[in-house]
Write a protein that binds this ligand. Structure first.
Ligand SMILES: *Cc1c(COP(=O)(O)O)cnc(C)c1O
Length: 375
């Protein structure tokens, strides 16, 4: 059986976790949390990075930082994971969905302006498959209308847009280190903050509404409850796991990239015959091989191909059911404009196995089976 995904293990995780245990420091914000945040700050150039318990929680923090309230509207694609919407809806906002671009499956930047009302507070671009949204256009629109931009960069670590790291292009960026992502800590994430004036508020929100982070840095002599907050800091045990991964991030990246390019080359003949479509990466975008997907003709063909691959021991899977068609999406959101691509393209998309350690022969085997299916 070739799994669709296996959580990344680089080999040094146990050593770092053991170190955290021996230091008798396993709650949050110790040595490993610091090392991880510093690594991400250096790698991305972000002004500040706070490690969080998940990307969902990083998004929730962003919603709190933006002071999202009852009646506010937040523009996002419908083709995304539930957390993109949940985080804002939990603060009372309405999710305003717009259509995606069929080439990248990302929000269609040209449709954002027509979805803006006087209630709109933010735009949440999702960088699907670690391929960037058209951020210059999105930032220009946000600037013109005084909106904030929160990047759902859950899949985007080590990807860039015009040379800049995903997650550093908007006001806030959110990473995920869930076990299904390129780099992991089991469950976890990070909030990237672009304006240093927001650093302190973010620390307070992450520490149950207290200024405890300042206290630990010795900047104040006691800490107090100063605002609304929750507990968004991960354990040192998780951070130690992540630190081991970050030190091997380039190996993980190269390994996934090799599989990605091998898929691309081997499946090219099928795409040239017009039987399937391959992923497209726009100029200026460098991705991170988070995902390899193909598009079949339609839902029926995809269902047959999934079944065929499964019967050959290959874990190929579809992805998001558009949020606007889900019960919570109907209740808490609305779709603006026409659904030209969201539903249609989501029904054709099929993700192939890709993970750190996937072997060349396995990719070859998968491509050979796909070729056979279309013979
Ligand atoms: C994985 C993912 C999330 C959620 O990440 P968690 O760390 O599991 O909370 C959110 N948005 C997108 C686009 C994702 O792929």
């Amino acid at each position: 059986m070739i799994n669709f995904n296996l959580p990344p293990v680089v080999g040094d995780e146990e050593e770092y976790i053991r170190d955290a245990i021996q230091m008798r420091k396993i709650c949050g914000d110790g040595k490993y949390t610091r090392l991880c945040s510093q690594w991400i700050e250096e790698q991305t150039g972000a002004n500040k990075v706070l490690l969080t318990t998940s990307c969902t929680h990083a998004l929730e923090m962003a919603a709190l930082l933006l002071d999202i309230k009852e009646g506010d509207e937040v523009i996002m694609p419908s083709y995304t994971f539930v957390s993109t919407a949940d985080a804002f809806i939990m603060r009372g906002a309405k999710a305003v969905f717009v259509d995606i671009r069929p080439d990248t499956m990302n929000i269609d930047e040209k449709l954002i302006e027509s979805a803006i009302t006087e209630r709109t507070k933010a735009v949440v671009p999702v960088h699907y498959a670690g391929v960037s949204c058209e951020m210059d256009t999105i930032n220009n629109i946000a600037h013109k209308y005084g909106l904030k931009v929160v990047e759902d960069a859950a899949q985007g670590i080590m990807s860039t847009y015009k040379g800049r790291a995903l997650g550093t292009l908007g006001d806030y960026g959110c990473y995920s280190f869930h076990e299904t992502k390129n780099l992991s800590m089991g469950e976890g994430g990070a909030l990237l903050i672009s304006d240093k004036n927001n650093n302190e508020r973010a620390e307070i929100i992450r520490e149950k509404g207290t200024n405890r982070s300042k206290f630990f840095r010795g900047e104040i002599d006691k800490y107090t409850w100063v605002s609304l907050g929750s507990s968004y800091l991960p354990s040192e045990l998780n951070a130690a796991y992540l630190y081991a991964q970050l030190l091997k991030a380039q190996d993980v990246y190269n390994d996934r990239m090799q599989s990605w390019h091998l898929y691309y080359e081997m499946l090219k003949p099928l795409s040239e015959k017009g039987l399937i479509e391959l992923p497209k990466v726009p100029d200026g975008c460098v991705h991170n091989a988070h995902m390899f997907y193909i598009k079949t003709m339609n839902l029926e063909e995809r269902t047959r191909l999934i079944y065929y691959l499964r019967s050959n021991g290959i874990g190929a899977v579809f992805h998001y059911i558009p949020l606007h068609s889900a019960p919570a999406g109907i209740k808490y959101g609305r779709f603006v404009g026409k659904d030209n691509y969201t539903t249609k393209e989501s029904e054709r998309l099929l993700r192939l196995p890709i993970y750190y350690g996937l072997k060349r022969e396995q990719v070859e085997f998968i491509c050979e089976k796909i070729g056979r299916f279309y013979m």
